[in-house]
Design a protein around this ligand. Structure first.
Ligand code: NAD
Length: 312
């Protein structure tokens, strides 16, 4: 197979394929990424068009939809070099409309296509425990599933082309909203005199229970593996959450969905990622909430939260 984009995610994913005995030809525009991949057994090529004709599957793991579309079609693109029956498998996180466009380009050139964005981050990519959300025909899903099973722990067929991306951004919109809600609740608890542990013990077993509390608890202590215990090193960086929420906001606009909380979470994380939050785990949003709350006097006249005022 050909693997295009050997960065933080693609590098370890390609390495896991090699470990499982798959022949992987790899390409990245950055020489250091190619060197690391070579050390992991990937057969690196100086020109991606050398890799594609030998591949039954061309996997892309690139920063954005424009990178994917441009890699597919720009002069000359990956589509121009592929052999009959090739599957174009894009694992990047991109706009649903761009995923559909990429699939249409591949299909118009006579190939098959799937979008299979991932969750699980760099840790999951290294451990081979990613979750893939796949948009493809049932036939294409069945063909790519064995490869996805090497790189991940779960591959879920979500429907036709673009619906893998749809599932990913719906999930991450819930995640963004809940992580903010959990941060707000813990800051309120602090002000009310609750210890973090007491609030955790209640919420983790009560109806407020969610991943943002039980795995990504935003305060140090209750969940020792959460990023809050290591000064909010990601984890899942604020910049990536802002990216995914902006993809969700694009879909909300395209589909005409009201989604006030999803849009507010997008604004909050976009502002967070414009500053030092970009490189911190997204659970560090609690620190912004706490800081803003220090300048906030009490009383019903202040019931409109400063974050909401600043970011809408
Ligand atoms: P990254 O920036 O580390 O890797 C992307 C790689 O693509 C880079 O090495 C870059 O040099 C390369 N590249 C760019 N244009 C290229 C081209 N035309 N041909 C070949 N290589 C090219 O990013 P990443 O963290 O690996 O993320 C990749 C994708 O996975 C993104 O869409 C991201 O949103 C998604 N994702 C990332 C994470 C995460 O935790 N990092 C989690 C889930 C999903």
């Amino acid at each position: 197979m050909a693997f295009i984009g050997l960065g933080n995610m693609g590098g370890p994913m390609a390495a896991n394929l090699v470990k499982a005995g798959v022949d992987v030809w790899g390409y990245d525009v950055v020489p250091s990424a190619m060197e690391t991949a070579r050390a992991n057994g990937v057969q690196v090529v100086e020109d991606p068009l050398e890799a594609v004709p030998r591949a039954d599957v061309v996997l892309t793991m690139l920063p954005s939809g424009q990178h994917v579309i441009s890699a597919y079609q720009d002069s000359p693109g990956l589509l121009s070099a592929a052999g009959p029956g090739t599957i174009f498998l894009d694992c990047s996180t991109i706009n649903i409309s761009e995923a559909q466009q990429a699939a249409e380009l591949a299909q118009a050139a006579g190939f098959r296509a799937a979008d299979a964005p991932v969750s699980g981050g760099v840790v999951g990519a290294e451990a081979g425990t990613l979750a893939f959300m796949v948009g493809a025909s049932a036939e294409v899903f069945a063909e790519v599933e064995p490869l996805l099973d090497i790189m991940g722990a779960r591959a879920i067929h979500c429907g036709g082309n673009g619906l893998g991306q749809a599932a990913k951004i719906c999930n991450n919109m819930i995640l963004g909203v809940t992580q903010i809600a959990v941060g707000e609740a813990f800051v309120l608890g602090e002000k009310l005199g609750l210890t973090h542990q007491a609030l955790y013990d209640v919420v983790s077993k009560a109806s407020g229970q969610c991943w943002a509390v039980t795995t990504n608890c935003p305060v140090p202590g209750p969940v020792p593996s959460s990023p809050a215990n290591r000064d909010y090193q990601p984890g899942f960086a604020g910049a990536l959450m802002a990216k995914d929420l902006n993809l969700a906001a694009n879909a909300l606009d395209e589909q005409g969905v009201r989604a006030q909380l999803g849009r507010l979470a997008t604004a909050i994380y976009t502002e967070f990622a414009a500053g030092e939050g970009a490189g911190q785990d997204f659970s560090a949003i609690i620190n912004t909430i706490r800081e803003d709350s220090q300048h906030q006097s009490s009383g019903p006249e202040n019931s409109s939260a400063p974050l909401a005022k600043d970011t809408t």
